[in-house]
Every structure is written in structure tokens, then in C-alpha cells.
Write a protein that binds this ligand. Structure first.
Ligand code: ADP
Ligand code: ZN
Length: 439
């Protein structure tokens, strides 16, 4: 247990198991999980037979290499329920991810899955130092999106008092946050800044409220954005990661050391692969994150390709946990925009902009194609009022930012400063890229 006394909960033991013991637990669970899916999910039965794999042949984590991958396309092809490992009478909840194109991705939970999810979310809060004494302001959207109910059940499991406020109506959020004395804020990082803006408009000093920690996730964000949130809200801002296909939020979370997100490895086995060759990469190398669910009942996906890009590390953390950690996700492989043949991640542009200081962390990336079929990259960024009203400073800053982004990405790009509040805000996941080439 850490000397700071941050951790003192019933989950300490599994999160600080010596590595060989954790791996032993994972292999046992993997073997049982493969045994289950190979009999009850026709999709896996077929794939495992083709690959000549039986549960008994799983001896170590190296055997993961022999297992087939599962992709988002597999979920679509089996829409809505063909990958379920239990009959519908055992399912007690369905969720679906937004699905930017076509059908959404449907996920299902048995009663045990909901219990597991609540436990993992309680562990998520505990990693942030939250306890039963806390008042949790849950501004993640309630509904088919897993954010709202995931954070809700976890807070109840922890024994905290949860305010199920959901997203939107920022003024009311601020009123209740103040009146109810919220201590933990849960929402997307971009929405936390909208709350800060609302407070600044209304003359509310968030730093004088009891709010002390925020659990932010569901979209990529940068270290610079963390600093911005921490200073404007007067809190510790921690990163939470998850995806509905695996369980929802509650796949990994930062502890208060803020050195990568601890993965709940006793339930989800992580790997990093090269997305092109599909080979497993060693710890520390950047690639695509893959998870195998070893305890879930309704939807136990094997080697699910998240398309999220990050790295893994397995050294023991200062907090005392021994679980593998993943670095901040830099973007999805399918978020990547290719501009004149160069791969560009929105998070790269965000870091450069915020590094430069002076501007608001509100931006929109617009990709278009000129009449002569050249890709064009424009970045709209909000300037604070005092800069926006000073034509000379505005022009200078635009030049400097354009130069910074161009040197970081290695392609030409125009940064255009716009006035305060001109970039559309989102109450859930921020939309950062408008690709007009596809329209
Ligand atoms: P959708 O596919 O509709 O966005 P989800 O709500 O399940 O469905 O979103 C999961 C995805 O959100 C992850 O795969 C990842 O790309 C992104 N995400 C979630 N948490 C984070 C985080 N902390 N940092 C970066 N990206 C995140
Ligand atoms: Zn830690």
C-alpha cells in the first residue's frame, strides 16, 4: 500500500500481485474462457477449429499469439446478437456505441457482467482516491452510451453519493455542483472545459468549491489539456479509458501518480500489435492495443482490436500497483487523417497548439480538397478576446501557430484564429475533425 495512504480498499491485493502470479491467474482464466467460447459462440468455434486451438493447449500468455483476432467488422457482421455467449434470458442490459457510420455496435451484459463492471468502476474511483464519503457529479451521458451508467453503478458500488446529472444544461450543472458540494467530477475532458467556461461567465470560482478530482475519458486529450483543466477547475484531473466492446469505462485508469493508466488485467489481457503485420510488439513500443476478455459472460471478445494507439509498460508503479499500464491514447488508427500522404493525428495538432500557450483549447481541424485535387489542412482555433480584438497580435499569432504546426507535422497547414465561442462545443465526445473530402 502506498505511503500516501491513497489506497486502502478491498482490491489492493489483486492490483499488487507479483507479476508471475498475475500471469498465472490470466492463463487460468484465458484457458477457461477459450473453453467456453469454443463451445457456445459459433463464430469462435469455427475460428478456433480452423486455427487448431483447444482450451487445453493454452499453457502461457505466449499462446495468445495463436488466437484469432476479433475486429469491429466482426461485430458488425454479427449484428446484433450473433456473438453473444449466453441466451437472451441471461442478458439484463444492452448498450450500443455511437457508430459513426451505419449500424451501431451492440454489447450485452449478464447480471454477473454488471456486477463485474460495477466493481471495476469502483476500483476506478478508488484509484483516484475516492471513497464512500464522496459526492460524485456524473456528467457522462446516460443512455445507450456506456459512460453514464458505467460511472453511475461504480459510484454506488463504492458507496459514494452519485448525482446522475448526465450531460448538458451547464448552468444547472454548476448550480447543483455548488449546492450539493460535488467532490468528484466525471465527464469528457472537453466538457469539463465547457463547465469551466460556464463558471467563469457566471462569476463562480470553481477552485473555491469542494470539487477535488475529475475522472475524464471517452476521447483523446493531451498533457497540456490536463494542466489547463487542473488550473481552471482547481482539481486533480485523471485519465480513464474504456470501450463498450470490452466493457465500457473501467478498462484502465490512472492512479494519482499520473504515469499511465493501470489496466484491470485480472479481467482484460492487453497486448500491443503492429497494425500492419499483426505481430505482437514488445513493451514500450507504440502500436494498436488489443484486449482479450477472460471473465465476461455475455460478450467475451478474444483479441479485440481496439484501433487505439498506445504503448504498454509493466514496471511496478510508485503507488504500489503491479498491473500493466498503458500510456495516454494518442488517437485511433481510424481517426488518423491522411493529408497529402502524411499521417496526421488530431492529438498531435492539439499538443502543438496548447504548447504555444496564449490560445483556448478549442479547435477544429478542417480537411478539404482544392479544385486541382490538392488536400488542404486548416486548423480553426479560438483566440481569447484580448488577442482577437488586437489585429496585429492576431496576425502574428496565426503566423507563429501555422509555423509550429507545419514544423511538427511536416506539411503545410493554415491556422486561423477565430473569436471566443465560435467553435461548436460538445457535451459528450468532442468532434475535432471535419473531413470535407468525403462529403
Ligand atoms: P464509440 O466507438 O462510439 O466512440 P465507445 O463509447 O465505446 O464507442 O468509445 C470507445 C473509444 O473512445 C475508445 O476505443 C477510444 O478510442 C476512445 N477513448 C475512450 N477513453 C479514452 C481516453 N481516456 N483517451 C483517449 N481515447 C479514449
Ligand atoms: Zn500507480
Amino acid at each position: 500500500m502506498s505511503s500516501q495512504g491513497v489506497r486502502s480498499n478491498i482490491w489492493d491485493e489483486v492490483e499488487s500481485l507479483p507479476r508471475p502470479e498475475m500471469e498465472k491467474l490470466q492463463v487460468e482464466r484465458l484457458r477457461a474462457g477459450i473453453g467456453r467460447v469454443s463451445t457456445v459462440v459459433p463464430f469462435y468455434k469455427k475460428k478456433l477449429i480452423e486455427a487448431g486451438i483447444t482450451a487445453d493447449s493454452i499453457r502461457s500468455l505466449e499462446d495468445l499469439d495463436r488466437l484469432p483476432f476479433t475486429t469491429k467488422a466482426d461485430l458488425r457482421d454479427n449484428y446484433p446478437f450473433d456473438l453473444l455467449a449466453v441466451p437472451m434470458k441471461e442478458v439484463i442490459r444492452l448498450h450500443a456505441s455511437s457508430g459513426t457510420t451505419g449500424k451501431p455496435t451492440v454489447v450485452a451484459y449478464t447480471r454477473n457482467d454488471i456486477t463485474l463492471w460495477s466493481d471495476l468502476m469502483a476500483r476506478t474511483y478508488a484509484a483516484a482516491g475516492a471513497t464512500a464519503d464522496d459526492v460524485v457529479h456524473n456528467a457522462y451521458g446516460y443512455g445507450l452510451f456506456t459512460g453514464g451508467l458505467g460511472f453511475h453503478y461504480g459510484a454506488e458500488r463504492l458507496g459514494a453519493a452519485v448525482i446522475p446529472i448526465s450531460g448538458g444544461n451547464t448552468k444547472r450543472q454548476l448550480m447543483l455542483m455548488r449546492d450539493f458540494g460535488s467532490t468528484v467530477l466525471c465527464c469528457t475532458p472537453s466538457y469539463s472545459l465547457l463547465i469551466a467556461e460556464g463558471a467563469e461567465e457566471d462569476g463562480i470560482d470553481l477552485r473555491s468549491l469542494p470539487l477535488k478530482v475529475g475522472l475524464f475519458g471517452a476521447e483523446p486529450w493531451s498533457e497540456r489539456m490536463r494542466e489547463e483543466i487542473e488550473s481552471r477547475l482547481g482539481i486533480v484531473a485523471l485519465n480513464v479509458y474504456g470501450l463498450s466492446e470490452i466493457i465500457g469505462p473501467g478498462v484502465s485508469v490512472e492512479c494519482t501518480e499520473k504515469k499511465g493508466m493501470h489496466i484491470f488485467e485480472d479481467h482484460f489481457i492487453p497486448e500491443i500489435i503492429d497494425p500492419i503485420t499483426n505481430q505482437r510488439l514488445p513493451d514500450g513500443e507504440m502500436g494498436e492495443l488489443v484486449f482479450t476478455c477472460v471473465t465476461k459472460e455475455a460478450l467475451p471478445l478474444i483479441r479485440y482490436r481496439t484501433r487505439d494507439r498506445t504503448r504498454l509498460m509493466r514496471e511496478k508503479c510508485e503507488c504500489g500497483r503491479t498491473t500493466a499500464r498503458m500510456e495516454r491514447v494518442v488517437g485511433r488508427t481510424d481517426d488518423m487523417i491522411i493529408v497529402r500522404g502524411v499521417n496526421v493525428f488530431p492529438s498531435q495538432i492539439e499538443s502543438v497548439l496548447l504548447q504555444a500557450g496564449e490560445i483556448e483549447p478549442q479547435y477544429e481541424i478542417i480537411v478539404d480538397r482544392t479544385a486541382d485535387h490538392m488536400d488542404e489542412l486548416d486548423v480553426l482555433v479560438e483566440a481569447p478576446a484580448q488577442i482577437y480584438s488586437d489585429q496585429q497580435r492576431l496576425v502574428q499569432l496565426e503566423k507563429r501557430l501555422s509555423y509550429d504546426v507545419q514544423s511538427a507535422l511536416g506539411i503545410t497547414c493554415k491556422v486561423k484564429l477565430v473569436g471566443p465561442r465560435e467553435i461548436p462545443r460538445s457535451e459528450g465526445k468532442a468532434v475535432r475533425v471535419v473531413d470535407k473530402r468525403k462529403m
